[in-house]
Every structure is written in C-alpha cells, then in structure tokens.
Write a protein that binds this ligand. Structure first.
Ligand code: SF4
Length: 276
C-alpha cells in the first residue's frame, strides 16, 4: 500500500533552518509539520525566537512538534549513572556521577538529547507516511556528501543557491534577529557547549555573565574539565588577561611571544594554587 506523502521541516532555531522555513512558507510550499528538538541549554534569546516561529507556524495551520528528553542536560551531565568503560573507571575512579562534559570523542548530549529522539520519532512517522524531510543546509556548506548519503532529504537553500550569509540577511530583513546572538557568536548552539570556539566562549564570558557563572558552577561539580586544555576558571583568567593587555595596547595574538609569556605565567600560578 502506498503511504501518503508527509512534508516535514527540520528546524533547529538557527539562521539556516529559520530562513528555509520562512521562505518555504512565503513560496507556499507544502509543509505538514515543523520538527524541533530542545536540548535544555538554549540561550533565552533562542527560546524566545523559537516561540515566535512556533506561533507563526501554528497560525498558518501547520503542526509544530517539539522533542525534549524528560531527563535534562544537567541531570545527564551531573547525576546520571550510565554503564562506564573499564578504561574510564581506571582513569577517573569508580564512583563517577553523570556523563560529565561532552568532548569531541564523547558527544553523549547529541545522541541522548537530539539524534536518539529524532531517530525514534522519525521511525514512527516513516511507518505511517512517505516522509520528505527538509534540512537547512546552506549552499556554501559541505553539502555534497550529505546529499549523496541521504537521498530522502531535501535542501531548499542549496536549490536556491543561498549561502549562510544570505540566510542570515533574509532573516534580518524579515525582522528576526535573535536579539543580537549572531552579532556575538559565529555558531549559535547550546550556550554551555565545550566544543565551541574560544572566540565564541569569550563572547559568552563578556556578554552573558550569569550564564558564565553557571558554567563555572557546572565545571566545579563534575569530574572532567570543561575542555581538555582549560577549565572554566582558567578560561576566565585568560579572558581577563586579554582584556587587560588590550587596554594596555598590547597584542593578544596567541602566537605573540610576549602574550604567551604573560599567559603561561598566569596559568602556571593558577595551577600551582589549585595543586596546593
Ligand atoms: S551543541 Fe554542544 S553541548 Fe549542545 S548538543 Fe551539540 S555537542 Fe552537545
């Protein structure tokens, strides 16, 4: 039996999927559902943006579905007791609590809070429908591989030849500005993500002191350091030093010899103090 076609837009809240969704609606393209996944750690500005889009979508008579795991990011990170690898127990001890910070080789948050939920939900939808999924991949992203490996996905931004910059401009022109998030950050994802660039982390430290304090508290409560190279406290010291050097008209280029000397001095003092 042929299943009915179902047009589903994958929406992350970011500029690319927002531009794709808004323009699809503008063109009157068929959309049966907008699917969004909440990771618990979105910026308040992003939450307000998503709420606004949700209303717009629902006012147009389109279903808006939010997937959100009942266990929060913080619970999974600080309390949850997953099965551990022997090597982890040997390195960090037997009585670990939570997954701790995600890292490049252990992105538990992506699988627990996003892909796992998506997979289950999409499976249920695929059983009932012939799902056509729209993904907000921009024309200047590495899309060829994704296009070849996933033939059921459609990429309207690529079809329209819209780059990431085009997508952002379109959103701004339509009055969606995330209250300035894209003016601060290159990538807008979970505010607590240890995998974001140092530049974006500095943006968080400078513009969101309350979230930065929360990040520091989380770092103190867990067994893996925020990043392989620095704890949140060390990053704070680094950004403070950079502000001071800049105010004195000095270089903060990490390759600059004087900068490296100053930073190494601050870092070794911090680590000596912690060790004592
Ligand atoms: S943005 Fe970072 S913290 Fe959030 S789910 Fe992805 S890897 Fe995890």
């Amino acid at each position: 039996m042929t299943k009915p076609k179902y047009h589903m837009v994958s929406f992350s809240g970011g500029k690319d999927s927002t531009a794709m969704l808004l323009h699809m609606m503008e063109l009157g393209m068929q959309i049966d559902e907008v699917l969004y996944c909440d990771t618990w750690m979105e910026f308040p500005e992003m939450e307000r943006h998503v709420k606004r889009i949700k209303k717009l979508v629902e006012d147009a008579g389109i279903k808006f579905v939010t997937l959100k795991k009942p266990m929060s990011f913080k619970y999974l990170m600080l309390e949850h007791q997953p099965e551990r690898r022997q090597s982890t127990k040997e390195k960090f001890g037997e009585n670990l609590k939570g997954y701790s910070w995600p890292g490049s080789r252990c992105r538990w948050c992506t699988s627990e809070l996003k892909t796992g939920l998506f997979k289950k939900y999409k499976q249920e939808m695929n059983d009932k429908y012939d799902v056509i999924e729209y993904v907000g991949l921009a024309a200047d992203e590495q899309y060829r591989l994704e296009r070849e490996s996933n033939k059921v996905h459609k990429h309207p931004l690529v079809d329209w030849n819209w780059t990431e910059a085009d997508a952002l401009k379109y959103c701004y022109d339509k009055g969606f500005d995330w209250e300035g998030l894209y003016k601060i950050f290159d990538r807008v994802s979970c505010w607590c993500c240890p995998l974001q660039s140092l530049k974006d982390l500095k943006g968080l430290w400078k513009n969101f002191p309350d979230l930065w304090n929360e990040l520091n508290e989380m770092d103190k409560q867990t067994w893996r350091t925020f990043r392989a190279d620095y704890s949140v406290e060390e990053l704070t010291a680094r950004f403070e030093l950079e502000e001071q050097l800049e105010a004195e008209g000095k270089s903060i280029n990490p390759h600059n010899k004087e900068y490296r000397k100053s930073w190494n001095k601050v870092l070794s003092k911090l680590r000596k103090d912690v060790a004592q």
